[in-house]
Design a protein around this ligand. Structure first.
Ligand SMILES: CC(C)(COP(=O)(O)OP(=O)(O)OC[C@H]1O[C@@H](n2cnc3c(N)ncnc32)[C@H](O)[C@@H]1OP(=O)(O)O)[C@@H](O)C(=O)NCCC(=O)NCCS
Length: 323
């Protein structure tokens, strides 16, 4: 018997306010047509004034708990991927812990920007396999609208706010690729590329700062690195592209999603795409897409799912799991 971290529940939350591309035409030299054709994005959700990342995360967590038929008291840990925590500290994860009324266990944030959820899943998997936790709530939640420079058309039209959550639970498998649960993971970072995607504020500047990006450079790295990490994770699981039921990629740009699927040798009808409705929600994009993919009837129990993401750092990675 082999321990596996299996998905027990999934859920998401999107703020009510939906902003279509055309809304940017009033204040920026841009068009709905440019944004759609270069990115695939049509609209995004923005948090209401005063609504924080931990608020969004708590809503997604409640939805995942309900889906799993569990209470907060049944959880051992919360791992929350975010780069937009409410405060410098404490972690947004401990805020969610309090909001859920969870009085035991432990909670912490993971900061790997858009790769955050892949990092969080990998960490939660390790906690479960090491026996540290039986059930882990893994959340990706962001309010990137708080770190946009609204005068920079090259970035502010790309991002959105939202949250998604999964509950992972320890179960026994046979140790084969037919097991449900996380089958393989692959993580990377390369800090030499810090200047192509970063926020120019933080403790060092005593400001929150704004997101800065060299879009073309990020695009180039994304297309090259995402397919490679997905292949490595599949290899580790003893599987190949032909075994994939769904790619659930980080939702940054439809052109990156298509190029990665093509390099992986997986057709687009096996890719869950939500970028048109959510924009890039950074660490929230994969759990949002997983939850929407299940709600649409695309992902079902037993399906082989590959998630892959890249973001600031650069940090990137992939997780192969059987749903
Ligand atoms: C940002 C991105 C969409 C830009 O698309 P692109 O085809 O590379 O476009 P470029 O950056 O070369 O810019 C081309 C022109 O469009 C302009 N442009 C940029 N944003 C624009 C906008 N919203 N509307 C209209 N024009 C815009 C640029 O200013 C540039 O004009 P110029 O040629 O006069 O200088 C693309 O680079 C991208 O998606 N990169 C990856 C970003 C990403 O996903 N980051 C997150 C990863 S986690």
């Amino acid at each position: 018997m082999t321990a596996r971290a299996q998905v027990r529940g999934v859920g998401h939350y999107l703020p009510d306010r939906v902003v279509p591309n055309a809304a940017f035409e009033d204040t920026l030299d841009t068009t709905d047509e440019w944004i759609r054709s270069r990115t695939g994005i049509e609209r995004r959700h923005f948090a209401a004034e005063g609504q924080t990342t931990s608020d969004l995360a708590t809503r997604a967590a409640r939805a995942a708990l309900e889906d799993a038929g569990l209470e907060a008291a049944d959880l051992d840990a919360i791992v929350l991927a975010t780069s937009t925590a409410d405060l410098t500290f404490p972690s947004a994860a401990t805020m969610v812990q309090a909001n859920l009324g969870m009085e035991r266990g432990f909670a912490f944030d993971v900061q790997a920007v858009c790769a955050g959820f892949v990092y969080a899943l990998t960490n939660a998997n390790a906690l479960i396999l090491s026996g540290q936790a039986q059930r882990v709530l893994v959340i990706g939640a962001e309010t990137f609208s708080r770190i946009m420079d609204w005068t920079d058309r090259g970035t502010c039209v790309l991002f959105g706010d939202g949250a998604g959550a999964l509950i992972l639970e320890r179960a026994e498998g046979d140790g084969t690729a037919a097991d449900r649960g996380i089958l393989a993971t692959d993580l990377h970072s390369d800090g030499r590329h810090r200047d192509i995607l970063y926020v120019d504020g933080g403790v060092a500047t005593q400001t929150t700062g704004h997101l800065r990006m060299q879009g073309k450079e990020v695009f180039r790295h994304a297309v090259e690195k995402l397919a490679a990490t997905a292949h490595t994770a599949l290899d580790r699981a003893g599987l190949g592209p032909e075994d994939v039921d769904w790619i659930v990629p980080h939702q940054a740009n439809l052109r990156i999603i298509k190029a990665t699927a093509s390099r992986m040798g997986v057709p687009m009808d096996k890719v869950v795409v939500t970028v048109q409705d959510h924009g890039n929600t950074s660490a929230a994009s994969i759990p949002l897409a997983l939850s929407v993919g299940v709600a649409r009837g695309q992902i079902s129990r037993g399906d082989l799912v590959v998630t892959e993401a890249i973001g600031g750092g650069l940090a990137w990675g992939a997780v192969v799991l059987r749903w």
